[in-house]
Design a protein around this ligand. Structure first.
Ligand code: F6R
Length: 597
């Protein structure tokens, strides 16, 4: 949700900023812009659309050594050049990620004081506020400190002031921002991939921290006092944030899943009860569970609800985070709240976490990005080992969430005696088989042909019952977000209550059957649609006649079935989007990290 990069050093800031922004484009790609210092003047260049447009507008003769840049995911005002960042007001030029919630109120106050806004953005209002405060204060640091008390909402800012063109200021509140260093070079960035080509040393800014970057110094302030923040070293490498020969990050990330699943599972579980005891939190005291998340992470929650209830015999309620944060929630002292998030920065999930903590509930976060806000604020955190995920549509982070949730289910089942310790050996053997089974599914040659038969349709339906309905929901989301086909998942028995009227000759219907206990029921629902002309694609672990296409899933333990079943759905979505010529890694209107409500 908007990407920020800033550079101060002795090399060409534009090169560094463009490289950084390009790796942050997953956060937004409506427009892009830079501001840089040349002969003590601040120059701004911005363009609608992708970073490529900005790149071609940059002057090759300019070699600034200080600058800030931005790639935007529009929240206030259209995605055009006027609303693109950086914004300027008086002596201040800024880039912003987040939402200023009280911007209307501030705007009125600033307009009364002589400011006229040129854009529709909340960012320009924040910029004008800095300039307004500077009229009296004449000290940027003091201005920013004062601004933290006046701005409501979320923000990460990169800031230049024309009275002091040898400094970049950075501050954040509820939006991520890091400061990276390499000898006398310094960067600000929304996320680590932006700086990995240059350095792996960075500092995490905490809420309301202000950082002052000069070529020869880096100082942190919090509530008016100079403070220190620990230096962090990022252990991953640049390769994980590059395509490695694949045409799209999404495909690369789908192919990485066997390794990611193995690494996630083996980080916590070596086949023994002891490892689950040691590496996963104590779950003994909980009588029910809330799972709270958004999008695919919410779907991972729905899948694990089925597993936890059926296999571990514990009641689980799954909530969409944007609802949970505002709705009345019933809980008691023995309720555990599990928050699931790849980025660890999703605004609604973070707000739900804070609500649960305020209510006194125990919170456990399942997060991929180390050190992210949700990871830091939850009482306990478990990390998925998916590595850096770049494609906007999640694949490997989603399946890593499934893997970790399956281990929690296993621990709960042992506690509740619904799985006996003797079964662990069989489960462990199945886990050992999993990477090869996943590889085989990834390399199944059928997806392209199946995609060819459905890619020109406007509507596609996904059907499943119980856990297979939850899996179908993720399959439908994958298809719609990257191919723009209206694809919807239904509990298989529900179609006849209205939606079946949409089925016509050749309408694609994709069935998912991993749960054998309900197999016959789903099959007869699929047959009902076939009788009305539907073309049936089935993802199933058993051979079933009378379908147009069948992807056969290998046999494994029930805890691991969803990890296998999602692969064909991801690859089918990918192939359909490819045939439709869509921008697979950066679907329209989306952003990877949703740090606004
Ligand atoms: C879909 C997708 C989104 C995210 C959702 C939550 O492919 O990626 O639906 O799952 O925005 O994001 P995180 O997991 O970062 O909280």
């Amino acid at each position: 949700m908007c990407g920020i990069v800033g550079y101060i050093g002795h090399e060409n800031a534009l090169t560094k900023i463009i490289t950084g922004l390009t790796s942050l484009e997953y956060r937004g790609y409506d427009s892009a812009g830079v501001a840089y210092v040349l002969d003590n003047q601040i120059k701004i260049i911005k363009k609608e659309g992708r970073i490529e447009n900005l790149k071609s507008a940059l002057s090759l003769v300019d070699h600034p050594t200080i600058g800030i840049g931005h790639t935007r995911w529009a929240t206030h005002g259209e995605a055009n050049e006027r609303n693109a960042h950086p914004h300027q007001a008086g002596k201040f030029t800024i880039v912003h990620n987040g939402i200023i919630e009280n911007y209307q109120e501030l705007k009125q106050m600033l307009e009364k004081n002589g400011y006229t806004m040129k854009s529709d953005t909340d960012t320009e209002v924040a910029c004008a506020l800095f300039d307004f405060l500077y009229r009296d204060e004449k000290n940027v640091l003091k201005v920013l400190e004062k601004a933290t008390t006046l701005l409501k909402g979320s923000y990460a800012f990169g800031i230049l002031c024309s009275d002091d063109t040898s400094t970049i200021y950075a501050m954040r509140h509820a939006s991520p921002l890091i400061i990276a260093t390499k000898e006398n070079e310094k960067f600000i960035a929304s996320d680590i991939p932006a700086i990995l080509e240059y350095t792996n040393e960075y500092y995490l800014l905490e809420d309301d921290d202000i950082a002052v970057l000069k070529e020869d110094s880096l100082t942190f302030y919090h509530e008016g006092r100079e403070i220190t923040r620990p230096k962090q070293i990022f252990e991953g490498n640049l390769e994980t944030s590059q395509k490695g020969g694949f045409p799209h990050f999404m495909l690369k990330e789908i192919y990485e899943q066997p390794k990611v699943i193995q690494e996630t599972i083996r980080f916590y579980f070596d086949g023994t009860k002891d490892s689950l005891h040691k590496n996963l939190p104590d779950l003994q005291s909980y009588e029910d569970i809330h799972i709270v998340a958004c999008g695919s992470a919410y779907h991972a929650g729905l899948v694990s609800k089925s597993l936890m209830e059926e296999i571990a015999n514990i009641p689980v309620t799954v909530f969409v985070a944007s609802e949970y944060r505002y709705q009345k929630v019933f809980y008691h002292a023995k309720t555990l709240v599990i928050l699931i998030s790849q980025s660890g920065e999703t605004a609604d999930t973070l707000a739900s976490l804070r609500k649960a903590k305020e209510a006194g509930m125990d919170t456990l976060a399942i997060v991929n990005v180390v050190g992210s806000s949700i990871a830091r604020e939850a009482s306990k955190v478990l990390y998925t080992k998916a590595g850096c995920e770049i494609a906007v549509a999640t694949t490997k982070a989603y399946s890593a969430q499934l893997a970790l949730l399956s281990l929690l289910t296993l621990k709960l089942a042992l506690l509740h005696n619904t799985i006996k310790e003797e079964e662990l050996e069989t489960i462990n053997e199945k886990i050992n088989l999993l990477p090869k089974q996943m590889e085989d599914l990834i390399h199944n040659p059928q997806y392209q042909k199946m995609a060819t038969s459905i890619y020109h349709h406007h509507d596609i339906f996904y059907l499943g019952r119980k856990i297979d309905y939850a899996i179908s929901m993720e399959g439908a989301l994958k298809l719609k977000e990257i191919s723009y086909i209206n694809s919807v998942a239904y509990p298989a028995g529900e179609l006849k209550h209205g939606t079946i009227s949409l089925i016509e000759e050749n309408t694609p219907v994709i069935g998912v059957i991993t749960d054998s206990s309900i197999k016959e029921k789903t099959i007869s629902n699929l047959e009902e649609t076939a009788a009305r002309g539907a073309r049936i694609i089935l993802i199933s672990k058993e051979e079933i006649d009378k379908v147009d296409d069948l992807i056969l899933l290998p046999h494994t333990h029930a805890l691991l079935e969803p990890i296998l079943a999602i692969i064909p759905l991801q690859l089918l979505a990918y192939e359909v989007a490819r045939l439709r010529g869509c921008d697979i890694d950066k679907p329209r209107n989306l952003a990877k990290s949703v740090t606004v409500e």
